[in-house]
Design a protein around this ligand. Structure first.
Ligand SMILES: Nc1ncnc2c1ncn2[C@@H]1O[C@H](COP(=O)(O)OP(=O)(O)OP(=O)(O)O)[C@@H](O)[C@H]1O
Ligand SMILES: [Mg+2]
Length: 272
């Protein structure tokens, strides 16, 4: 039986590096990622976060176990480069933009493999840069952009081929806290409006709090895989449990001042 909502799944995924002494970087990881999820992967340095991301994105092959993408095993895929460019978008800690190309040209790079005309490529790059708020900076070179803007270009580039999933390894690692917050807002916005499925490796508790599911790795194993409520949802739950929240749900004992908006509040409170 296949679950159509599963984008990618790992089965006993294991990676052992080594010449001389072996490093078990990933050790029997089982993971299911569904369409539209935003997942943070956290864990100490060396716990296997980047290794997991690289295997999920077919940048590397596992030692044992399997990655299954849209129901098909990656072990069966002959041309991993092609698979990757069509299916996965990457955002790295350092933006990896080409310094001599403009923002628009950088976003076009992953589209070279797709059979698109130059004008379609250009239009798509413009559309993506507008989506990340850089519609006015199409012709800027990376060196003329701020760190946060460069990371926005990298996010636009990751979306170039409409990937099934975007994998981001410490995407805010080089940004200050304000720019980190802005970048995370953009990422969650993309998830909300475009339905993009995202996995974000992060050391940053602020970033992890923004996501709805946090997977903690330790010594190459999943230590915890938990759904988390956003601060907004937590506030909403607290409100729902308050005397006023209960009155709104019962439509009883409401202050006059709330009567006209009570139906909308009731609708909201029934979502948590
Ligand atoms: N190419 C490699 N060759 C040998 N060992 C490696 C290689 N890449 C990673 N490792 C080892 O595998 C383990 C997991 O590394 P990984 O890069 O996945 O950790 P991480 O959780 O991403 O850490 P960080 O937070 O520091 O980025 C570490 O012990 C690391 O030294
Ligand atoms: Mg890493």
């Amino acid at each position: 039986m296949t679950d159509k909502n599963i984008v990618v799944e790992t089965r006993e995924l294991t990676k052992i590096y080594g010449d001389g002494h072996e490093v078990r970087a990933l050790d029997g990881v089982n993971l299911v990622v569904r369409q539209g999820e935003v997942i943070a992967i956290v864990g100490p340095s060396g716990s296997g976060k980047s290794t997991l991301l690289n295997l999920l994105g077919a940048l590397d092959r596992p030692t044992a176990g399997d990655v299954i993408f849209n129901g098909a095993s990656l072990a069966q895929v002959r041309d991993l480069d092609r698979f990757r460019s069509q299916t996965v978008g990457f955002v790295f800690q350092t933006h990896n933009l080409i310094p001599t190309l403009t923002a628009r040209e950088n976003v076009e790079v992953p589209m070279y493999e797709a059979a698109l005309s130059a004008s379609k490529r250009r239009a798509r790059a413009q559309e993506l840069l507008a989506l990340v708020g850089l519609g006015a900076r199409l012709n800027s070179l990376p060196g003329q952009l701020s760190g946060g803007e460069r990371q926005r270009v990298a996010i636009a580039r990751s979306l170039a081929n409409n990937p099934a999933i975007v994998l981001a390894d410490e995407p805010t690692g080089n940004l200050d806290s304000k720019t980190t917050a802005e970048t995370m807002n953009l990422i969650t916005e993309l998830n909300r409006t475009q339905g993009t499925t995202l996995i974000i490796v992060t050391h940053n508790a602020q970033v992890a709090r923004e996501t709805r599911r946090v997977i903690a790795l330790r010594d190459g194993k999943i230590q915890q895989d938990a759904a988390v409520r956003s601060a907004f949802e937590s506030d909403l739950v607290a409100f729902k449990n308050s005397a006023l929240g209960q009155a709104i749900l019962r439509s009883d004992g409401l202050p006059d001042s709330l009567r006209d908006i009570a139906p909308k509040l009731r609708e909201l409170l029934t979502t948590v």
